[in-house]
Design a protein around this ligand. Sequence first.
Ligand code: PXP
Length: 244
Amino acid sequence: MIRLFVNVDHVATIREARKTIEPSPLKAALLAEKAGAQGITIHLREDRRHIQDDDVRLIREEINTPLNLEMAPTEEMVQLALEIQPYQVSLVPEKRQEITTEGGLDVCSQEGMLSETGKRMHDRGILFSLFIDPDAKQVDASKRVKADSIEINTGRYTELVSIEGIRAELERIQASAGRAAEKGLKVFAGHGLNYENVKDIAAIPEIEELNIGHFIVGQAVYGGMENAVTEMIRSIKAGRGNQS
Ligand code: PXP
């Protein structure tokens, strides 16, 4: 079965709208775990628009499943990760003005810096993952910088509307997943996934882990976190053909 890591950033987004203490991303993370999430993901953005440094420390301490920390590859973030020591760090590109992560990392153009960052993570026993677009060149570069895994950006796939466009993007994702697995990289995916579009992604056999946030938190507003996570797990299982 694919592991579902639930991203609780947007619980913090609601809290930060009022700069108060509720709702709590930790409480949401614990409910997600209760419903079967195998991990929790948070993105500490440079502008701290949702998750705050103290959230990272608290969630790292209190959750019962692995913590995946998404962050930009900056020295400030690297220092924080080395201090807090999550189970895994996922490096993502970050632009201050963007509403959400807009694309994958360009690994090819920064191999030296990423190799060095990966080594610093590995020296602390932290797994090192790279969020990339489904592109053979980026997969190959991820292997060269000794990433443990790639997370394939499904954002474009989830935004396309034409059947042909969706099919072509899925083929790119499948090809990248296959290429990465052949090279010994673990393969994850995420961005923009919902109960429906997750199914074709879950059907790709090389994909071991999914990071899903915005849609789950949105559904939780209507029916609660546990129901939203349970329903997402049901969709993932349906997509994978109930393999375990
Ligand atoms: N993976 C990465 C690298 C992300 O930046 C995000 C968004 O924070 C996600 C997955 C989850 O995307 P969504 O919130 O659209 O489910």
